[in-house]
Design a protein around this ligand. Structure first.
Ligand code: ZN
Length: 147
């Protein structure tokens, strides 16, 4: 029997699967884009991130793959928008701990806490972190440019 919290997490993921947020690319040159894939599962995601004045203003995602990778790509677009780049990178770091089974101590994670259940399936952690790794690489690239 799944616990109440597991049931809640599952329903959050299903909701993102049914209504993916910010799906569809804009192909706007002011966005930084990155395509990533996870060969062990076949997930492919393209992420577009718009950063203005050190703030993450918009994230778009498109791809195909398993439920976990697709739900996670939807969740990241909601979780990181209107955060500073620095804040975004800190949230991404916390997310990597959550998928390893750590309790989130970051209330900014939002729906991303629902990914905690992935920790029970180590093969699927890459599915959950794929879009977050893409975003991290984009944000770090931008930071390097600024330094
Ligand atoms: Zn997957």
């Amino acid at each position: 029997m799944p616990s109440d919290i597991e049931y809640l997490y599952q329903s959050i993921l299903m909701e993102h699967m049914k209504n993916p947020r910010n799906q569809g690319l804009v192909h706007d040159p002011s966005y930084q884009s990155l395509h990533v894939n996870n060969p062990s599962c076949g997930d492919e995601i393209t992420l577009e991130v718009l950063v203005e004045d050190g703030m993450i203003k918009d994230i778009k995602q498109e791809g195909h793959g398993c439920t976990i990778s697709m739900a996670s790509a939807s969740i990241i677009t909601e979780t990181l928008v209107e955060r500073s780049v620095e804040e975004g990178l800190a949230i991404i770091k916390d997310f990597y701990e959550v998928v390893k089974g750590q309790d989130p101590d970051d209330d900014k994670l939002g729906d991303a806490v629902a990914m905690k259940g992935v920790s029970k399936f180590p093969m699927r952690i890459k599915c959950a972190t794929l879009s977050w790794k893409a975003c991290e690489r984009i944000l770090k690239g931008l930071q390097n440019v600024e330094v």
